[in-house]
Design a protein around this ligand. Structure first.
Ligand code: DGL
Length: 258
């Protein structure tokens, strides 16, 4: 029960999930793994993303984690079921939580989803929505340029605005809720909100995922304050620089071989 909780992502974006976990689970030690040497996952095949995800879980298991959160939407879309079958500890993805949240929020059940090419191609969100609400209407759109925009720190620029207008035009007037189905997109909330207007509610699955984890773990009984560790598979420099876009307080990261 005092073991840490593991979180992995293809890179930096999963820090949006980490941030929410830290807020909702203040007594738990958290270990974050960003596979920065192999990011992005969003353009890769299901087979490759699954293999990388298996290696990430194995690394976290070596650190003695009691539960793993797959913070990456693409990895959740392609690999979650396989990971849950292969490993004996609980493994949680972000898609189930995001869908639960969107169905609570949507009055018309006309739901939009944006994500990486891989997440949209997998249709995992659409299938999960239709499983939970068979009469819902789903409109999806891949937005591959959003990830590099955020990593460049350009989320509040005219370029982000123009990109969002182009990607989101087909969804305008069709939906009342939009799932931000990628780790980076919560940082584009302002621009996306401006393009779609106040009538569309934006759903970020991080909060609901952390809530799901809270319901699952036996809380740590440690009396010392919680510790965080950050691991990356490429050099720590870029991670440390870009991580500041996601997290204000940030410790040291360690480079590891996966
Ligand atoms: N973490 C990925 C996701 O949420 C975005 C970045 C990538 O393509 O690897 O889908």
């Amino acid at each position: 029960m005092n073991e840490p909780i593991g979180i992995f992502d293809s890179g930096i974006g999963g820090l949006t999930v980490f941030r929410e976990m830290r807020r909702q689970l203040p007594g738990e030690d958290l270990i974050y793994l960003g596979d920065t040497a192999r990011v992005p996952y969003g353009t890769k095949s299901a087979e490759t993303v699954t293999r990388y995800s298996q290696q990430n879980v194995r690394f976290l298991l070596q650190q003695g984690v009691k539960l793993v959160v797959v913070a990456c939407n693409t990895a959740s879309a392609f690999a979650l079921e396989k990971l849950q079958k292969e490993f004996s500890i609980p493994i949680i993805g972000v898609i189930h939580a995001g869908v639960k949240r969107v169905l609570q929020a949507s009055a018309t059940q006309r739901i939009g989803i944006i994500g990486t090419e891989g997440t949209i191609r997998s249709e995992s969100y659409t299938q999960e929505i239709l499983r939970q609400a068979p009469s819902a209407q789903v409109f999806s759109q891949a937005c591959p340029l959003f990830v590099p925009l955020v990593e460049e720190g350009w989320q509040d620029t005219a370029v982000a605005q123009a990109t969002a207008e182009t990607y989101l035009a087909p969804l305008r007037g069709k939906i009342d809720t939009l799932i931000l189905g990628c780790t980076h997109y919560p940082l584009l909330k302002k621009v996306i909100g401006q393009v779609l207007g106040p009538e569309v509610q934006l759903i970020d699955s991080a909060e609901e995922t952390a809530k799901e984890v809270k319901g699952l773990v036996i809380p740590s009984q440690k009396t010392t304050s919680a510790a965080d560790r950050f691991f990356v598979s490429d050099s720590t420099e870029r991670f440390m620089k870009v991580a500041k876009v996601f997290l204000k307080d940030f410790g040291q990261a360690e480079k590891v071989e996966l």
